[in-house]
Design a protein around this ligand. Structure first.
Ligand code: BTN
Length: 243
């Protein structure tokens, strides 16, 4: 499998998208030391100085587009497993943040391109703060962010972390291709920080929902028990843990 490694790109997801369109096969990995236009979810900027792992994987799964969100959950499981393998107590916040001690250490941005109800390619972008000095981040990001070296109190080997992650990813992606979604979701729930917590979800159009997160369904949607006792399925939104 091909790994492209750069010192600086605008965004590994953008490079991956370009290569996927040019015919690069499934499993191609793009890694960069820094990104000048790192992309976060909901059009946010993702600060990407050196000291982090910024990578994207090209996937070309033969699936129904509705299954694509599960790739994000599966990737979260792969990252959490990688960190747990380093004795770090990583937890997953719905839909796809990895937290250590309630602070974000990793974000995942999945971009899928569907045509005529088939998936052309899926780009999975993963950003992990490894040896990043969080003080270099902007004020509001800094408050909520941490890095592996801060939490583990040792310098982290980026190459080792990348190879462990790619192994974990391959393992879980094989389950995904076999449509063993229950196994993926089982692990996700086990490592979830969200389930059982009282949360606030800011939905894309600005509406705020409050309630207890009681589960996720087979599509990766969050199930909330609202204050009036009713259950509500939430497909996307910004989740804040309240306790
Ligand atoms: C989030 O908002 O939590 C998602 C952040 C995803 C960042 C990664 S870094 C590698 C890849 N390339 C990008 O431009 N974004 C993703």
């Amino acid at each position: 499998k091909e790994i492209y490694s750069f010192n600086e790109v605008e965004s590994t997801n953008s490079v991956a998208k370009f290569l996927a369109k040019q015919g690069s096969p499934e499993g191609t990995v793009i890694i960069s030391e820094t990104q000048t236009k790192g992309k976060g979810r909901r059009g946010k900027k993702w600060e990407s100085p050196s000291g982090g792992i910024w990578l994207s994987i090209i996937l070309k799964p033969d699936i129904d587009p509705s299954k694509a969100p599960l790739i994000t959950l599966a990737t979260g499981v792969a990252v959490a497993r990688t960190l747990r393998g380093m004795n770090i107590d990583a937890r997953i916040k719905w839909p796809n943040d990895i937290l250590i001690n309630n602070k974000k250490v990793c974000g995942i941005l999945t971009e899928a391109n569907a045509k005529f109800n088939t998936v052309e390619y899926v780009i999975v972008g993963v950003g992990i703060d490894t040896n990043l000095n969080v003080d270099v981040l902007t004020e509001d990001v800094k408050k909520r962010a941490t890095s592996l070296s801060v939490e583990a109190k040792i310098e982290i080997s980026e190459s080792e972390t990348i190879s462990n992650f790619l192994n974990e990813f391959e393992e879980i992606y094989d389950l995904f291709k076999l449509e063993q979604f229950d196994d993926i979701l089982y692990d996700w729930r086990k490592m979830s920080q969200t389930i059982g917590s009282y949360v606030e979800i800011k939905q894309p159009l600005g509406k705020v929902l409050k309630g207890t997160a009681v589960g996720i369904n087979n599509q990766g949607a969050l199930i909330l028990e609202l204050n009036n006792g009713k259950l509500k399925k939430v497909i996307s939104g910004e989740c804040t843990l309240k306790e």
